[in-house]
Ligand binder design. Structure first.
Ligand code: NAP
Length: 287
């Protein structure tokens, strides 16, 4: 199938690579040209000099960029160039509002738009093990499901336009609470004179077990945050969550509090640190 992929960042680069390895005819576009050049050297296929050029003959146009305005810009350039009947798949974590707006624009042009944010991070993108939550028309979803399969562990259509983004917001609410819980448990263990890794061994097989505990407890206890999902990205996501909650009336006391804690981490110099750096507020890294 002829597909295009815009945004070869930490996530998009390996995702587009999986599409090429699966045998699709992939055209990539990246704003910074060197990344597209490196991608073509690794995976073959071709790169395009503009979004419109990448979109011109794509049956499926995928993107994974930064935030709402980036999605508006890239999709705004792609829609007029895409052949009728094509589907746009947006893997960016963005607002439900932008998804609804672009789905309506796409429909007016005889195209479809599926919001399809992902969970699983850089490791999931590289290993092809992402969880994808989608919003859009069921017929468009049925067309894109096999296309994204090479980098998918689990995928689900959650409802109409924006429902994928709303589901991703639930995901981020859960992560905020779990990571703050781990940070407090770790700090408490130290104050209580317990060995942090001993505590992990004792509780990680019980009801407190979580992905974050299995993958982040050790590095949190070592004060290592130079990897993973950046605090700046998490603040963007929690901003989307809190804005949506103001609209729909959900009461998110804990999420709002943790968002404030992440603002403190940013002030400590942790803008690019992994989200597990919440513990640095409680146990400042030793300099
Ligand atoms: P990233 O490494 O910063 O890559 C962003 C990509 O988008 C780059 O290729 C960038 O181009 C491109 N881009 C940004 N704004 C653009 C614009 N206005 N026009 C054209 N291209 C633009 O980010 P990432 O980590 O891959 O994350 C991408 C999205 O996935 C974000 O919404 C993020 O929240 C979400 N996400 C990330 C993770 C993660 O663990 N990293 C996990 C789940 C979801 P340049 O190369 O020119 O800058």
């Amino acid at each position: 199938m002829k597909v295009a992929f815009a945004g070869l960042g930490v996530m998009g680069y390996p995702m587009a690579g999986h599409l090429a390895k699966a045998g699709h005819e992939v055209t990539v576009f990246n704003r910074t040209g060197e990344k597209a050049k490196a991608w073509v050297e690794t995976y073959g296929c071709r790169s395009a000099p503009s979004v419109a050029d990448a979109a011109r003959d794509a049956e499926v146009f995928l993107l994974c960029v930064g935030a709402d305005d980036d999605v508006r810009q890239v999709v705004g350039e792609a829609l007029p160039a895409l052949p009728r009947g094509s589907v746009v798949v947006d893997h960016t974590t963005a607002s439900a509002e932008v998804a609804r707006e672009l789905a309506a624009d796409a429909e007016r042009r005889g195209l479809s738009f599926v919001d399809a944010p992902v969970s699983g991070g850089q490791a999931g993108a590289e290993s092809g093990q992402l969880t994808i939550m989608c919003g859009g028309d069921p017929a468009a979803y049925a067309r894109i499901e096999p296309v994204v399969a090479p980098y998918t562990k689990a995928i689900r259509l959650m409802g109409g336009a924006g429902a994928g983004q709303l589901t991703k917001m639930c995901n981020q609410i859960c992560i905020a609470g779990v990571v703050q819980g781990l940070a407090e448990a770790l700090s408490f263990a130290r104050h209580a004179g317990l060995d942090p890794m001993g505590v992990y061994e004792a509780i990680s097989k019980g009801a407190a077990q979580s992905w974050q505990m299995d993958n982040r407890w050790k590095t949190m206890s070592e004060g290592k945050f130079d990897f993973g999902f950046a605090v700046d990205w998490m603040r963007k996501d929690l901003g989307l969550v809190l804005e949506e909650a103001r609209r729909n009336g959900a009461k998110l006391d804990m999420t709002a509090m943790v968002d404030g804690f992440y603002a403190e981490v940013q002030k400590m110099g942790g803008r690019r640190w992994d989200t597990s750096s919440l513990v640095a507020r409680l146990e400042p890294p030793k300099s």
